[in-house]
Design a protein around this ligand. Structure first.
Ligand SMILES: [Zn+2]
Length: 416
């Protein structure tokens, strides 16, 4: 293995050494246990730190024996899984290379890294944000009514880390500023003070974030944004920062055309870059500009699919066709499930974009559900305008087979 110094080499290291072997969204608690078993075999310290409301084990992994303390936790929202396998791959890389790569050995001497991969195993099991009490753990930092929140608080209190990493996923249609680029990674140095006044750990975290930005720009230029920094008095990120362990929030979004592996790999590169910054002494010297100048997260600018210039025919109202664009969004589901697809906007979408776009100006477009409004299923039949179609036909699809069909987020019959 090379000495892995550059972001490209970190990427190569992930390609060659990662032990996660399925899409992050398909990783359940049982799969996590398999991953953790592999870490134990490598020699890592893996301990049960507590139990979830549903009595599932929550684990903490530890590596290193240095004075500077780093704490990371993932998947406190059960349906936000990307960072969990990335943490597993990170620890596998570090332990495997502790004696092979000089700077990894140095990191082992200078840092103590603890991580909780999958803080919310019950939510992960059913792929929902909340825990089994239906409480959002990330709004439980003060009230501490969830066993998962209580555990997180205890682990932070016991360890009192110098820096924390709060690892989440955001909507894949989040965009970077005024562009139509998906925000594949959004970062936030979490201030944690209601008045947003600055302090050294906060400024240091901005510099760490800037190093992450510079590393990731090699892979996703224009697709990195800054998460909204609005203070939330119930959130863990804000409170852990306020308790004296300044937090960096990493939110993983989507990247059209790339699978979940691509996102795990970006997380791995981000973590390794941040840790490398800490042992290299660049925490003090780095220029925060790359972070400060990030465009803010924005939403509502893109759709999963935009059907342009559709001449819409509603069965029963075929005498009143109208031309409009249709914006359709795919919901987030496990990789192994077909995601539901809903209509989200109808009208002039000339100032919006679709990750996928089709020009339907040569077609009549019929919603399969029979009606069309925001919230109806995004499934459509397409008929060439040159065809004679009896729209009031009893079984339209059977009597007049469509020239194109979009169903369950897929082109069952593509347009020519
Ligand atoms: Zn989240």
């Amino acid at each position: 293995m090379t000495a892995a110094q550059t972001p490209e080499e970190f990427a190569k290291a992930w390609d060659e050494s990662h032990i996660s072997d399925k899409p992050a969204s398909d990783v359940r608690h049982e799969d996590l246990k398999v991953y953790l078993g592999k870490l134990k075999e490598l020699g890592l310290k893996v301990e049960e730190a507590g139990r979830s409301y549903g009595d599932r084990e929550i684990y903490q992994v530890e590596w290193g024996k240095g004075p500077f303390k780093v704490f990371l936790w993932s998947q406190m929202h059960g349906d936000e899984p990307t960072a969990t396998p990335a943490l597993i791959d990170l620890f596998a890389f570090l332990e495997t290379n502790r004696e092979k790569i000089v700077w990894v050995g140095e990191m082992h001497n200078r840092l103590t890294i603890r991580a909780v991969p999958m803080l919310n195993p019950d939510g992960a099991e059913v792929f929902q944000r909340r825990n089994l009490q239906w409480i959002d753990i990330n709004r439980d930092a003060r009230s501490l009514k969830t066993p998962e929140g209580q555990l997180l608080k205890r682990l932070v209190d016991e360890f009192f880390p110098d820096v924390g990493f709060n690892l989440h996923n955001q909507q894949e249609l989040t965009t970077a500023g005024r562009s139509f680029n998906q925000a594949t990674i959004s970062l936030l140095a979490v201030n944690g003070r209601p008045d947003n006044s600055t302090y050294p750990g906060y400024e240091r975290n901005k510099r760490i974030c800037a190093e992450i930005v510079r590393a990731l720009e090699n892979f996703i230029p224009g697709h990195i944004a800054q998460y909204s920094d609005s203070y939330n008095s119930q959130a863990f990120g804000d409170n852990i920062s306020a308790w004296g362990s300044p937090v960096i929030l990493i939110e993983t979004g989507g990247y059209h055309g790339k699978g979940e592996d691509f996102l795990i790999r970006l997380n791995f590169i981000a973590f390794l870059t941040a840790l490398r910054t800490m042992v290299e002494g660049r925490m003090e010297g780095a220029d925060p500009e790359a972070y400060n100048s990030l465009p803010p997260n924005s939403s509502g600018r893109i759709f999963s699919l935009v059907i342009r210039n559709a001449e819409i025919v509603i069965p029963g109202k075929a005498d009143k066709p109208y031309i409009a664009d249709i914006g359709i969004n795919r919901e987030r589901r496990r990789a192994q499930f077909i995601p539901p697809v809903y209509v989200r906007e109808i009208g002039d979408l000339s100032n919006r974009k679709g990750l996928e776009e089709v020009d339907a100006s040569a077609y009549f477009v019929v919603p399969k559900e029979g009606s069309l409004r925001s919230g109806t299923l995004g499934s459509f039949m397409f008929y060439k305008k040159s065809r004679e179609v009896k729209w009031d036909s009893e079984n339209l699809e059977k009597d007049f087979p469509p020239d194109g069909i979009y169903l369950f987020g897929q082109w069952i019959k593509p347009l020519e």
